[in-house]
Design a protein around this ligand. Structure first.
Ligand code: 6PG
Length: 241
């Protein structure tokens, strides 16, 4: 596990974008699962603004680790956020964008999306393998859309699961823990002071941290990188790189 701490969100965005460019160049077809929420916005903005010409986007195939069960026009949609902050600014073929259909029946969509991953991606012991899974982490220690109150979904047999947001009750479609831990590489993008407590608990494996789904992220490849800003790393006693 690598822990990279940068002074602020913007430097995290710069450094992660450089890492993304490097990884993309290593693959003829680069299959990436994106994270949602708010943290990726500045990262996508920087990737599009300062690194777009350094990536052959025809070789990058986009998927999501999770999506909110809302239409693609909804402000809650991770797809919509990614269009606004990335896709609308780069030349990526439409066919390379594999969104989760948040407007569809959640159960049906988990089966459709799992089937798509099983067809599109290489498989390891029958589990679809991404080249890179990008993850965020909630203040409660959730990742993708696997929340502490449904942590059993991490080991679900189905590669995609229906989850429920603990406060809003919003339905989510999420990849499960096996798909996450089968990825060739996993990168956490976590910024802001509200994440510091869980970052410390998970990285230092403090008592009770196993209740946080993000603590279960251990890719079999051993390739796990945390991209943190100083605020999120505040309780790690690790100075910015
Ligand atoms: C989502 C995510 C989720 C997100 C965390 C952090 O759809 O919400 O994929 O796992 O990464 O909730 O969200 P913020 O970046 O908004 O803090």
């Amino acid at each position: 596990m690598e822990i990279k701490v940068y002074k602020d969100k913007n430097e995290v965005a710069e450094q992660f974008s450089a890492y993304f460019v490097e990884k993309a160049a290593e693959h003829e077809a680069f299959h990436v699962a994106l994270s949602g929420g708010s943290t990726p916005k500045i990262v996508f903005d920087v990737l599009a603004k300062s690194f777009a010409d350094k990536v052959d986007w025809t070789k990058v195939h986009f998927y999501w680790g999770d999506e909110r069960c809302v239409p693609p026009t909804d402000d809650e949609s991770n797809y919509k956020m990614t269009v606004e902050h990335l896709f609308s600014k780069i030349d990526v073929p439409e066919g390379n964008i594999n969104r989760i259909l948040g407007e569809k029946d959640p159960e049906g969509e988990t089966m459709r999306y799992a089937n798509l991953l099983e067809i599109d991606l290489d498989r390891v012991e029958d589990v679809p393998q991404f080249d890179l899974v990008i993850l965020g982490m909630g203040d409660d220690g959730h990742t993708a859309s696997i929340f502490p109150h449904q942590i059993e979904l991490w080991d679900a047999a189905d590669h995609c699961v229906v989850a429920t947001h603990p406060d809003s009750g919003q339905k989510r479609v999420s990849i499960n823990g096996k798909v996450i831990n089968t990825a060739k590489e996993v990168a956490f993008l976590v910024t802001g002071a509200s994440k510091a407590e869980k970052v410390e608990a998970i990285i230092k494996k403090t008592k009770g941290s196993e209740a946080y789904p993000a603590s279960l992220v251990h890719p079999a490849s051993g390739k796990l990188i945390w991209f943190l800003d100083a605020e999120a790393a505040a309780q790690l006693n690790q100075n910015p790189s």
